[in-house]
Design a protein around this ligand. Structure first.
Ligand code: GLU
Length: 490
């Protein structure tokens, strides 16, 4: 039997859930689903100052919203729990005791001030700052002396000198590090809490993780982790460090470039299908040209061999385009649900509408589905059904109304519309035909001024669709307003 693939996503709940984190989670999830493996969600909450329960909830909610589930971990449990690191302190302690007993780790009593002084001294000599091993060989008397002074020790791992440490990375190939650049590092802080590089190894080992897939930012941590694997005699997992995400200007993606949290995109009305598709393309691509795909399609094709080594560029325009493509694929019901909060916020609906009003709202909202890339754009696309406040989009649009035939077109259309028993798509279309034929005009000469007079824009939804939704009263008001603005009488 081949070994079961077990991956994990191990976020630190220290702030808004970053899209980079979501991308790491997604690659792990795709791999697990592709290979019939298990996905573990572990919460790395050892940073006591910065970890919050709200952040953890936010991460879990965002993962669920993006459609990523986990087979083991926080909330769902599993055979290798607990899945919060702060609930595993006794587990780490067992291994620490073992390392101390074997002489592979030692107590360090240096104060932060002493460590800083050492750092500065090394920097001055042009050397790489690292711990030089002052407490490596303390005698029992020296230790007792420090203890008597009330110093609280941290625990450091003894790092062997002159060793080449090679990370065999699935994405980046072999990456070499020199143990001399590392120095004995802290595995347990003076408050008894393990450091990331230490706890992560014990957890990945005990949770039987086979593949550690995480962001490139962690590559420099990996040699330290390999040293811990060695010291504890654990078998190593496979590593894969996925590329940095850069902003459009090729510097590290940050708030300067735009929103970086999953929540910000959710709040702007991006949809999970769109964001997932976009995130998947940050470092991976299915074979062929296909850029729009569902997660089921991505699962079928995903492989770490096709994860690129070069940095992924966060292209906001591409995100909008991809999201727009997925919006087109939504059912009208889902699109309506997406629109609702934005429409309520714009004051265009209350959310309590029923009957005819609700049916009308549904039709109005449906007109935006082909026009928007994300939910927050919906109100502006339907504003014309709710208010008569608008401007010409530009000089060119205003100029359309100056054409000689415009008063005739608008006057005849008004008369035709007023003569209808009811406004519906086909009847309105019929009116346009009559106006055009009756006055021997070209289509453009009719449609364009009507469009501009009604919306101020030269582009928009089909007029025969728009006019029945707008209603005769508003149509007439808007025409009058445009003409007044353009200084034309009918
Ligand atoms: N807690 C670490 C982070 O959020 C996990 C890194 C890892 O996957 O090993 O960055």
């Amino acid at each position: 039997m081949t070994q079961e693939i077990r991956v994990r996503f191990a976020p630190s709940p220290t702030g808004p859930f970053h899209i980079g984190g979501a991308r790491s989670a997604l690659f792990n999830w795709l791999l697990a689903r592709k290979l019939g493996g298990k996905m573990v969600l572990r919460i790395e909450d050892t940073d006591r100052k910065r970890s919050t329960p709200e952040s953890e909830e936010n991460i879990k909610a965002a993962l669920k919203w993006l459609g990523m589930d986990w087979d083991e971990g926080v909330d769902v449990g599993g055979p290798y729990g607990p899945y919060h690191q702060m609930e595993r302190l006794d587990i780490y302690k067992k291994f620490t005791d073992q390392l101390l007993a074997e002489g592979k780790a030692y107590y360090c009593y240096c104060t932060p001030e002493e460590l800083e002084a050492e750092r500065q001294a090394l920097l001055k000599e042009g050397k790489m700052p690292r711990y030089m091993g002052k407490c490596r060989n303390l005698t029992p008397e020296q230790r007792a002396q420090y203890e008597a002074e009330g110093r609280k020790p941290s625990i450091r791992l003894k790092v062997p000198a002159d060793e080449k440490i090679v990370v065999h990375d699935l994405v980046r190939g072999d990456v070499e590090f020199d143990s001399n650049g590392i120095g004995d590092f802290v595995i347990v802080k003076s408050d008894g809490i393990p450091t990331y590089n230490y706890a992560v190894v014990i957890d990945d080992h005990l949770m039987h993780i086979t593949h550690v897939i995480r962001a490139e930012e962690h590559l420099s941590n990996t040699p330290r982790q390999l040293l811990v694997y060695e010291a504890l005699g654990f078998e190593k997992p496979v590593f894969g460090h996925i590329s940095l995400i850069l902003g459009p200007d090729h510097t590290k993606m940050s708030k300067r470039h735009g929103a970086t949290s999953v929540d910000a995109y959710r709040q702007k009305g991006y949809i999970p299908e769109g964001l997932d598709n976009f995130l998947a393309l940050l470092g991976w691509a299915p074979s062929g040209e296909k850029e729009i795909f569902t997660m089921d399609e991505a699962i079928k094709e995903f492989s770490l061999e096709h994860v690129a080594k070069n940095p992924a560029i966060f292209d906001f325009k591409k995100l909008d385009w991809i999201n727009g493509q997925h919006i087109r694929r939504m059912t009208p019901e889902k699109f309506f649900e997406l629109a609702k909060p934005f429409m309520i916020q714009a004051g265009y609906m209350t959310g309590d509408e029923t009957g005819e009003k609700l049916e009308w709202l549904k039709k109005v909202i449906a007109t935006a589905q082909t026009q928007v890339d994300y939910g927050a754009q919906i109100p502006e696309k339907v504003a014309m059904y709710f208010s008569d406040d608008f401007d010409f989009e530009n000089e060119e649009a205003a100029a359309v109304l100056k054409e000689e035939t415009v008063p005739l077109v608008l006057r005849s259309l008004k008369a035709e519309l007023e003569a209808l028993p009811a406004l519906d798509h086909d009847a309105v279309k019929g009116c346009f035909k009559k106006v055009q034929k009756g006055n021997k005009l070209k289509g453009q000469q009719v449609y364009m001024p009507v469009r501009v007079a009604l919306t101020g824009n030269q582009h928009g939804p089909e007029l025969a669709e728009m006019i029945p939704l707008m209603g005769l009263e508003r149509v007439e008001k808007r025409i009058a307003k445009s003409l007044a603005k353009a200084g034309i009488g009918l």
